[in-house]
Write a protein that binds this ligand. Structure first.
Ligand SMILES: Cc1cc2nc3c(=O)[nH]c(=O)nc-3n(C[C@H](O)[C@H](O)[C@H](O)COP(=O)(O)OP(=O)(O)OC[C@H]3O[C@@H](n4cnc5c(N)ncnc54)[C@H](O)[C@@H]3O)c2cc1C
Length: 475
C-alpha cells in the first residue's frame, strides 16, 4: 500500500512530489505518457506571470503572487534556467491605455509593487523594435521566463533522487474507493492501492474526480497555438511583450525564450481535449496579431509550430481541495494559466491540506539541491578540453545545430528519471531543437538510446508508443 499516489507528472504533480519527498512517506507518481512533462506542461508560453490581472480573492491571485516570489530560490536550488526579464503590456490606443490603468490598480490591490505605467518614448527606449504606433505600456517588472519542461524535469528529478517512485506509461482507467484507501486500476498492469490520491491529471482531472465523487466536473479545452523562431529572431526583444488581455487568455505575446529563441502566440480556440494539431487558421491568427506588436518579425525564421490545451473549468479558478464525498482524494484541477507560475505554491497549499491526514515526518537525508546537466555549449574552452580528456564522448558532436555531444545524450539517459525517448533527450539536452529540427541527428540519437537501453533501434520511440523514426523491424 502506498501512502500517497499522485496522478499526473506535469509541473503540478512534480512540484507536489518534490515537496512530499521531504518527508518519510511512500510516494508514487503515475503518468500515462512515456516521460514527465508530456502534457500541458511541455507546451505553453513559459512565463512566470506577474499576477497583475488575476481577480482578488481567487486562488489564482494568491498562488501567482506566492509562486512568483519563490521562483528565484527554487531555480537556484534545482538549477533550472529562470530570467526575471520583465514584461510590457502594450496599449495601441487610448482605450487600451485606460485598461492598463485598471490592470495596474488591480495588481496593486493584490500587493504587486513592481508595476509602472510607461509613456510611448519610455516604451521605445526599452524595446526599439516595438511598432512605433504604441501609445504606452504597463511595465511588469516582476515577471520572468522559464523553460516549462526543464522546470518540470528539475522538480521530477529531485523528487526521484529523494525516493519518489515514478511509474510512467501507466494509464489510470478506474478508481475504487475502499473506504480507508483507493485502488487505482491501471491499463494492462497491476492495480495500485494508496491511502491518499492526489489528482493532478491536467486535462484528465475531471475524468478521475468523476470516478469517485458525485460532484461532477467538466473540463473545456481551449487550444493555444505558437510559432517558435530561431535565435537570430530571438534578439528582437528582451522583455515579454503582451497585448491587453481578454476574458479567455492573456493575448498574443512576443517573447524571448530562456534559450534565446523567439516565441509568438498563443491564440485561444475551443478544442477537443486531446487535439494538439496546429492549424493554418490558428497560425495565421497569431502571425497577424503579433504584427500589431512588432512589424519586423522575420517569419522566414520559424523553426516549428506547436500548441497546448488550457484545461478550463466553469468556476474559472483553480479547484484545490479534498473531494467532499471522497475522503483523502485531493483534487488539483482546472489548472490553466498561470498554473506554471503557481505550481510551487500549489504544492505548499496541497501539503497544508494533507498535513492533518498523514504524519509528515521530515527526512534527515533530504537532498534539496539538484545538479543540472552539463551543457558543453555553455562551457569555456578549458572546461571543454578537460571534460573531453576525461570522457571522449563529450568531444563527439551529434546535434550540429545546437552543439550537443554524445556525452550529453548519454548523460540525459543515465540521469535519475533519464530519457527513454527522442523527445526525452530533446527536452533534456536541446538536441534536435535547432535549424534542421532533427533531420541530421534523430537517427544517431536513436542509435545511442538503443545501445544505452539495450533495445532494438526500431523500438526507440519519438514520444509515444509506436512512434519510432526508424520504422519497425520485419520479423
Ligand atoms: C497555451 C497555454 C499557455 C500557457 N502559458 C502559461 C504561462 O505562460 N505561464 C503559466 O504560469 N502558465 C501557463 N499555462 C498554464 C500551464 O501550462 C498549466 O497550468 C500547467 O502546465 C498545468 O500543469 P499540470 O501538471 O496540471 O498538467 P499537465 O502538464 O497536463 O500534467 C497532467 C498529467 O496527467 C497525466 N494524466 C492525465 N490523465 C491521466 C490518466 N488517466 N492516467 C495517467 N496519467 C494521466 C497526463 O499525461 C499529464 O502528463 C499555459 C497553458 C496553455 C495551454
Amino acid at each position: 500500500m502506498k501512502d500517497i499516489v499522485i496522478v499526473g507528472a506535469g509541473i503540478v504533480g512534480c512540484s507536489i512530489a518534490r515537496e512530499l519527498s521531504r518527508y518519510n512517506l511512500n510516494v508514487t507518481v503515475i503518468d500515462k505518457n512515456q516521460d514527465v512533462s508530456e502534457g500541458i506542461s511541455k507546451a505553453n508560453s513559459g512565463i512566470i506571470h506577474g499576477g497583475y490581472n488575476e481577480k482578488k480573492g481567487t486562488l489564482k491571485a494568491k498562488l501567482n503572487l506566492e509562486g512568483n516570489k519563490i521562483i528565484d530560490s527554487l531555480s537556484e536550488e534545482l538549477e533550472f534556467p529562470f530570467k526575471r526579464n520583465g514584461s510590457l503590456v502594450l496599449a495601441f490606443n487610448e482605450e487600451e491605455f485606460k485598461k492598463l490603468k485598471t490592470l495596474k490598480s488591480n495588481g496593486e490591490s493584490l500587493g504587486i509593487e513592481e508595476l509602472e505605467l510607461l509613456e510611448k518614448g519610455e516604451v521605445l527606449d526599452l524595446e526599439e523594435n516595438i511598432n512605433c504606433d504604441v501609445v504606452g505600456a504597463l511595465h511588469v517588472k516582476n515577471s520572468g521566463i522559464v523553460s516549462p519542461y526543464e522546470m518540470t524535469l528539475a522538480f521530477a528529478e529531485n523528487a526521484c533522487e529523494n525516493g519518489v517512485e515514478f511509474l510512467l506509461n501507466h494509464v489510470v482507467t478506474d478508481i475504487k474507493n475502499n473506504g480507508d484507501s483507493y485502488t487505482l486500476i491501471i491499463k494492462d498492469k497491476d492495480p495500485i492501492e494508496a491511502k491518499i490520491v492526489i489528482n493532478a491529471a491536467g486535462l484528465g482531472g475531471a475524468f478521475l474526480n468523476n470516478l469517485v465523487s458525485e460532484t461532477k466536473y467538466e473540463i473545456e479545452g481551449v487550444k493555444g497555438e505558437y510559432c517558435l523562431l530561431d535565435k537570430i529572431a530571438g534578439g528582437l526583444c528582451k522583455k515579454t511583450l503582451f497585448q491587453v488581455p481578454s476574458e479567455l487568455s492573456k493575448g498574443v505575446l512576443v517573447t524571448p525564450t530562456v534559450d534565446g529563441n523567439l516565441l509568438i502566440g498563443p491564440n485561444a480556440a475551443p478544442s477537443e481535449v486531446g487535439d494538439i494539431k496546429t492549424t493554418r487558421k490558428g497560425i495565421d491568427e497569431i502571425i497577424d496579431k503579433s504584427k500589431i506588436t512588432m512589424e519586423k518579425i522575420p517569419f522566414d525564421r520559424v523553426l516549428n509550430t506547436f500548441s497546448g490545451i488550457r484545461p478550463k473549468v466553469k468556476t474559472k479558478d483553480f479547484i484545490i481541495e479534498e473531494a467532499k464525498d471522497a475522503k483523502n482524494f485531493i483534487n488539483v484541477i482546472g489548472i490553466d494559466s498561470p498554473g506554471l507560475t503557481c505550481a510551487p505554491a500549489i504544492a505548499n497549499y496541497v501539503i497544508n491540506i494533507i498535513k492533518d491526514k498523514i504524519k509528515l515526518d521530515k527526512k534527515s537525508n533530504f537532498k534539496a539541491h539538484r545538479t543540472k546537466m552539463i551543457r558543453m555549449s555553455e562551457l569555456n574552452i578549458e572546461e571543454k578540453n578537460k571534460l573531453i580528456a576525461e570522457n571522449p564522448a563529450y568531444g563527439k558532436m551529434i546535434c550540429k545545430c545546437e552543439f550537443v555531444t554524445e556525452g550529453e545524450i548519454i548523460d540525459s539517459i543515465r540521469r535519475p528519471l533519464g530519457a527513454r525517448t527522442l523527445d526525452g533527450v530533446k527536452r533534456r539536452t536541446r538536441a534536435t531543437m535547432g535549424g534542421c529540427q532533427g533531420i541530421g541527428c534523430m537517427i544517431p540519437i536513436s542509435a545511442i538510446i538503443s545501445k544505452e537501453l539495450g533495445i532494438d533501434i526500431s523500438q526507440v520511440n519519438k514520444d509515444r508508443e509506436n512512434s519510432s523514426v526508424v520504422g519497425f523491424k520485419e520479423d
